[in-house]
Every structure is written in C-alpha cells, then in structure tokens.
Design a protein around this ligand. Sequence first.
Ligand SMILES: [Ca+2]
Length: 469
Amino acid sequence: MNRRGFLRTCAAGVALAVAGRRGAGGAEAGRRRPNVVFILADDLGYSELGCYGNTFNETPNLDRLARQGMRFTDAYAAAPVCSPYRAALMTGEWPARVGITDYLRPNDRKHLPPEATTLAEVFKSAGYATGMIGKWHLTGYDHHGAKEIRPTDQGFDEAVVSERRGIGGGSYWHPYHFNPAVEQRLPGKEYLVDRVNLEAVQFLQRHKGEPFFLYVSHYAVHTRLVGKPDLVAKYEAKPGAGKGQRARKNNPHLAAQLETIDEGVGMIVRTLDELGLADDTLLIFTGDNGGEDRVTSNAPLRAGKSTLYEGGIREPLVVRWPGVVRPGTACRTPTVNCDFFPTFEAILDVTSDATQPVDGVSILPLLKDPSARLDRDALYWHYPLARPHFLGGRSAGAIRMGDWKLIEFFDTGDVELYHLADDPGEAKNLAATRPDKANDLRQALVAWRKRVGARIPPDCRDYDPGKKR
Ligand SMILES: [Ca+2]
C-alpha cells in the first residue's frame, strides 16, 4: 500500500496512536485532541492589526484573540509570495526542497506533488474532518491548460469557494472571476470575504460533533483592493486616511477588507462559543507574506511582499488555545510557517510518516511556555528569480541566526548584513564592518542550500537588477 492509501485507511478508522516523533503531544494528561481552525489572510503585512500597533485599522476581534492567547513578534513566512508559503504550510518543508519558490502562474506545470503528505492528510490520519475555504494556489489551472491538483486531491474532504482558474485581481464581488461556478448564497451583492466567513461558520456547525481541521484561506487583502463601500466610506472619513485603492498608508480599502476579515474572526469565535467548542479548539490567525508596499506600509519593517527584507516575510501570528496557551502572552522566538506541520503532529500525538523530510520544528513548547527554547539555529529563505518581481523583489537568499540576518543577492553577488535587535528596520548594512559575521552567515546559507538541494539557475544570477518586468 502506498503512503496515501495508508493514510486513507487510517482515516477510515484504523487507530494511529504512536508517540509523536517531535515530543509529547496535546493528547497527554488525558487532554482531548483539539479542533483546529487556521485562518490565513493573503498579503497581510506585519503592522496592520491593532494588536501589532496599528492605530488606523480596526481589528477588535483579532485584538481580543491576542488578549486571550499568544502573539508572536517574530513569526516568519517561508517565502515573500503566495505559493511557496502555502507549499511550506502544507508539507512542513522549505519551499526550496518542494521546488516551489515563486508564485505559480495560472498555466504553471508545477504543483504541489500528490505524493507529498499534507497537513490535511495528517489530520485525516488522526480521524479529523478536514475542510478548506478559499485560496489554494498550489497548482496551475485546467482552464489555462495546466494539470490541476486540487485541495480535495491533497487530503481535504471539502474545498469551497476555491479558485478553478487564475486568481483574479480584485474579484471580490459575485460572480467571482476565479470560479464562476460558485453560486451566490448571500442576499444582495455578495462580497467574497463575507461569503468565506459564512462558509466558515457553517462548516463549524456541520462538523460540531466530530474533531475537525478547518483552513480558512482568505483572498483578501490581495490587490486589487476592494472594500465594501460603507466600510470604505467609514475609513475615508477617519483622520489621516489615505486616498483610494492605491493609498500607500492608511489605505481605506485595505482597512475595510481587513475589518470584514476581523468580523469573520468574531463570527467564528461566537459560533465556537454557541456550540460549546471554544475550550476544545485551537484557533490560529496569520498571513502568508508581507504587505504590498505600494498599497500599505509595513513600517517599522523595511519594504514588503516580494523582498526578503523583514517587511516581505515577517507576519502577524496570533494563537488562542484555552487551557494551554496563557492569555495575553507574547513570544519573541523566531518561528516559520513550516513549523505548523510538525506542531500539529505533536499536538495530535501522531507520527504521520510523511514521505518528505519535515524541515519545521514543533512550536508546541512555545505555546506552553513562550520562553521555551527550540532546537534550531537558523531560518533560511531561497527566492531565485529570472528577473525582478514587478513589486521590486530581487533574486536572493537569506538567513536569520539569532539577531543577525544576512541577505545574499544572486543578481549582483552582494550581501547585506543586519542586526535585527538593534535595527529592526534594516537601515544599517553591517556587511563591510562585520565581514567575519557576514562570512559565517553566508557559509551557513550556502551549506543549507546544499543540504536541501536549493538551486540557483544561471538566469537567476545573470540579469539586470534595474530592469523591471
Ligand atoms: Ca500572498
């Protein structure tokens, strides 16, 4: 029997209760395995939530969640764009190892390989109902001549309001460009974020009697930004409001979209309360890559989506888990989104026997105690490009070790070195004054590339960095 067949058999009822390979799980001490709701916002920058210091946007439900749980200050995305983040989320691997290091185009031949064991398959192996709502972006699309590998091919029992063709910029009103087959369910002009919120609530209601894993993957706040008109008007009237969809700060459309996401978080929390499931449910909110800095500001972090500066890869991460995560805590240990896979394995107390090597580390010790130490020296990024991203990102790799971070630009061969504790905005390049440190980090980065088989194709070294595509 192949791996997938084995997992399906397990899902059909064969117990899989062996010791977790990454430490004792949440099932210890008689504790029931929790339900998991994982809410992901698209292109949401580090500095957009009230609980991360934003004073213009209004995110009362997420701020409450942070007060009830743990806020991570140094949570990273494994990539500065969509698809590689999602590949790392689903497999626990570095994107470089999966071989998906850039966003997948609609006609892309690449996709998350069916033989990879996904997060959804891990939950299925533990007897969970698995559901996904919204953005997948781990395949090319049939409509564009590519082979589609759908979420339902990767361990999700159901995938609703999910794209079947190229993801449309600004397709936030029904009928949705990315999947015209989606029938309207809300009265009036249906707004996509509202629809995703409704589907999330109804999934919880449908599956209240069994353990569930729900992945709520919003299409917002990806450009083109389109907020609901009443909310946009509310933010336009606020002091300091930027103007229009392309405002670079205090963007009223982004704020409006984010408020609707936040409303959905409130709906999910209320539904869990009503169903009596709040204490048995681990609730996670995060984003897939940094904010696009032509429509927002990630300050105090530098730059945004498509770059390996902090603004491109550092994300909000809020976790609520009653009885395990202490309310109102903050964790400053660097984490990366490949960590979710082994973390859930540890929480479920299963060894998934994934066919792929898992690069992440379980952060369950941090959930129990934010000052716990993880067994990991460094985080790595690999983002080779044949020409600069249209948002400005360059072909590059990076490493963070302790408070030090090095970015190696593949197009010029230059390196930049920053001390993040002293200089979170990456304003002072120390590569020339600390060549010893720069050399150590560069060597560690090169050694990691070798270990995971990360390639830098020749055309990703040799192009004109000034030329935009
Ligand atoms: Ca994204």
